[in-house]
Design a protein around this ligand. Structure first.
Ligand SMILES: CSC[C@H]1O[C@@H](n2cnc3c(O)ncnc32)[C@H](O)[C@@H]1O
Ligand SMILES: [Zn+2]
Length: 439
């Protein structure tokens, strides 16, 4: 037997309690074998030797889930700021993305993977291009992911639009189960306004036949909602339902401008919403009604969105932003408390993506982040859950474990060469901008 023991820490349990405990991990299975006192864990291991991770002075929590991003957009971090969504995409981001090569996307994905591992993220959902290269990075990094090729059909002729849909479906079929099952896939139309109705209808039907979920941007801005209401006489979530894109495995990014009828419809369908508070604030898209969504029974996860609209991939920032913005949106300081955002970043994320993880209990996937609480900005520790939401940062993560494998030990990333990744990505970003500017 091949065991890992996380020793001497305090452990965040699925019910929100924090208790002193060791965690025994079965590395062959990639699962938690036991959680308990040192004696209980000794007994569970039956005297077998185990590699140890020191968690003294630390909190052992489920690995964080970044449920909506475009990971290779790390290359465009700080490239275009301070604009609303539509002009930002059309004037800056899409022209730059037109110059991206598969090598660039691999370099950007590696940089994002290092950033996520360093800040305790073990699973993410990614919508982008050259997904074979992103999948290769996920495999090498040791992360878990739900991946999809993003489809845009507006501005394309029929053949190109159809080819884009076909590529998304091919990626969804071919990559599902890759990286020893750590990669799952989805059909990913960009949004209900950037993909034409017939392509949405056909693509969703094929996705259903292939048994893969649908992921798209929905109700992000009023500019995206209004044309659907004007042209169709129905709200976007009703349109998604009409397209058969509102199922219990599907998950939509943003859900900022959803009205009461749409919240009820999402809850009834079991479709999850990925809240991206930093991106929504930076692009001034609006404030998602997170408390109302959760009270209605909608699964709400957290996502950073891409690093060009955030501008980092640190889910600790997202927890803090979600708690703060949720209170502002509800005009109530008791709305979206610490425990809620921690749940959204862990179990909520895993549930939204249909991936294992998000809970530390026997039999669950061994996806863990060990957060060092021995720091001035985390002293004193009245309530560790409060610290996770309001005071901790990604840089407080000491060890990261995914599927039973140690991806980072004592702040050293083990699966990727972090310095080489950073150097390659900086060079790729600089060359990309030269190409975009015609130099
Ligand atoms: C077709 S691949 C994904 C596509 O989405 C773009 N994107 C990045 N951030 C956002 C956002 O907040 N809303 C909508 N679209 C976004 C990204 O640049 C890619 O082109
Ligand atoms: Zn996005």
């Amino acid at each position: 037997m091949n065991y890992l023991r996380v020793r001497g820490g305090r452990v965040l349990r699925p019910d929100g309690r924090v208790e002193r405990a060791d965690v025994a991990v079965d590395r062959d299975e990639g699962t938690v074998r036991a959680v308990g006192s040192p004696d209980e864990v000794d007994e569970a291991l039956g005297g077998a030797a185990a590699e140890t991770l020191d968690a003294s002075g630390s909190l052992v929590m489920p690995g964080l889930v970044n449920a909506h991003t475009h990971v290779a957009m790390t290359l465009l971090r700080g490239y275009a700021d301070d604009k609303p969504l539509d002009p930002w995409l059309r004037e800056d981001i899409w022209p730059a993305e037109a110059e991206l090569t598969p090598d660039d996307i691999e370099a950007g994905a590696e940089l994002g993977a290092v950033e996520m591992i360093r800040s305790g993220t073990t699973a993410f959902a990614d919508m982008y291009f050259a997904m074979d290269r992103v999948a290769d990075v996920v495999d090498r990094a040791g992360l878990r992911a739900r991946l999809g090729h993003g489809v845009v059909t507006v501005g394309k002729d029929d053949a190109d639009a159809r080819a884009d849909v076909e590529e998304s479906l091919a990626v969804a079929r071919d990559l599902d189960g890759a990286a020893d099952g750590r990669i799952r896939t989805a059909f990913m139309p960009h949004s209900l306004t950037t993909v034409g109705e017939e392509f949405l209808r056909e693509g969703v039907a094929e996705a259903r036949a292939a048994g893969v979920p649908v992921h798209l941007h929905a109700n992000e801005t009023t500019d995206e909602v209004d044309p659907i209401v004007d042209e169709r006489g129905e709200r976007p979530i009703a349109y998604a339902d009409d397209l058969d894109a509102l199922g219990p495995e599907d998950f939509f990014a943003h859900g900022v401008h959803v009205d009461g009828s749409e919240i009820d419809r999402l809850a009834e369908a079991g479709t999850a919403v990925v809240h991206c508070p930093a991106s929504n604030m930076k692009l001034a898209s609006g404030m998602a009604p997170v408390r109302r969504l959760r009270e209605a029974g909608v699964t709400v996860a957290l996502g950073t969105d891409g690093a060009a609209s955030n501008n980092d991939l640190d889910v600790f920032d997202e927890m803090r932003d979600a708690a703060m913005l949720g209170k502002l949106a509800a005009d109530d300081a008791s709305a979206v408390p610490a425990a809620a955002v921690v749940e959204m970043a862990t179990a909520g994320g895993a549930d939204a993506l249909g991936l294992p993880g998000g809970r530390i209990e026997a039999g669950a996937a061994a996806d863990l982040a060990v957060v060092d609480l021995d720091a001035p900005h985390l002293t004193p520790v009245h309530d560790p859950v409060s610290h996770l939401a309001y005071a901790a940062r990604g840089s407080d993560v000491r060890h990261t474990v995914c599927d039973g494998e140690v991806l980072m030990r004592d702040r050293e990333v083990l699966t990727l060469d972090a310095d080489a990744v950073q150097e390659r990505a900086a060079a790729a970003a600089s060359d990309l901008v030269d190409r975009v500017e015609g130099n």
